[in-house]
Design a protein. Structure first.
Length: 332
């Protein structure tokens, strides 16, 4: 799927904006604050169904009552998203819906400057990052994660009451055990899949003998649903005292290892950049292999953080994809 053009109305600081896109690489130049990232955000909304950085009320131009995005594709399709401060509507295949239809979603690799700090981020940030990737690869993962988060919220609210009991917790414990074990299983499998190519890809960038891997850190390795449920029940007194659920996949973490040590603190800034670049290439390869489609590549102002060698490597390795780049300077 190749995007031909995008038109924005009242989208952030773009009251009216149109851009024709190239089928290979498009460079969007502009100073900081001009609204370059907003263009990528709009594309993301109409390919993935939601923004990667804000809720809809925050996106509307402050002087307007609605926003509108229109994407035209090379095959003649047109898709539209609107939000009128109350309702969000997608128009795809000449039909209206409140959510982007599953068949209208298209894989995207998003590269932001903040990704270069992923190694030093918090566990919640690591989970958010990989949850987004895994959800794109597998709809069941996305569904299990959503249901787990809803059940976790309900259980935590009950824990804040005066007298939470095993019986009042039972239904939420069952849901957490069911979806928690599923999430754990998917995360282990996807981590293994990433590690199959991560070190080889890193070597192709850095051209040295360093070893790079991704470690999935969890208390639940190979845990069964019944064991998960039992541990939740055993932790009731502790959780009631704390006012939140202290055990589960919502406490998992992902950690990069560099020469078998934690990469945060042992890898240099240049090595860190190469690790993240390698991860992005592996993401694209896995998505194409699993979904049978070449993802659209959105690169948001990352070239200022990369030296010329890594810039060229990034562009060359994504040359067979549609790539949309934002930058404050021309890319030589």
């Amino acid at each position: 799927m190749i995007i031909k053009s995008i038109t924005l109305t009242n989208f952030r600081n773009h009251k009216k904006y149109h851009l024709d896109l190239n089928p290979d690489t498009t460079l969007i130049l502009g100073s900081n604050g001009w609204g370059k990232t907003s263009i990528l955000e709009a594309i993301y909304i109409l390919t993935r169904g939601k923004s990667f950085r804000a809720t809809d009320p925050d996106i509307i131009n402050r002087d307007a009552m609605f926003y509108r995005i229109e994407l035209s594709y090379n095959n003649g399709e047109v898709r539209i998203a609107t939000f009128d401060r109350e309702n969000k509507t997608f128009i795809c295949y000449d039909k209206k819906s409140r959510r982007l239809p599953k068949k209208a979603k298209y894989p995207v690799i998003l590269f932001q400057p903040s990704d270069l700090n992923l190694l030093s981020g918090s566990p919640s940030r690591h989970r958010d990052y990989f949850d987004r990737i895994f959800s794109e690869l597998n709809e069941d993962y996305s569904s299990s994660l959503l249901k787990y988060e809803k059940a976790l919220k309900q259980r935590n609210e009950l824990l804040k009451t005066d007298l939470p009991t095993e019986s009042s917790m039972f239904s939420w414990n069952l849901l957490l055990a069911k979806y928690g074990t599923a999430i754990n299983h998917y995360r282990q499998n996807f981590t293994t899949l990433i590690n199959q190519d991560l070190n080889t890809t890193y070597y192709s960038i850095a051209e040295n003998s360093d070893l790079v891997s991704l470690q999935y850190k969890t208390e639940l390795s190979d845990i069964s649903e019944s064991k998960y449920l039992k541990l939740l029940e055993q932790n009731l007194t502790k959780d009631s005292y704390l006012g939140h659920t202290s055990f589960g996949v919502h406490r998992d973490d992902f950690e990069f290892l560099f020469n078998q040590k934690k990469a945060d603190g042992s890898a240099s800034r240049g090595e860190t950049r190469s690790i993240i670049l390698a991860l992005k290439f592996v993401e694209a390869k896995i998505i194409e292999s699993k979904l049978g489609e070449k993802p659209i590549i959105l690169l948001d102002d990352v070239f200022s953080e990369l030296d010329n060698t890594r810039r060229k490597f990034l562009v060359n390795n994504f040359k067979n994809h549609q790539v949309i780049i934002t930058s404050v300077e021309d890319i030589k």
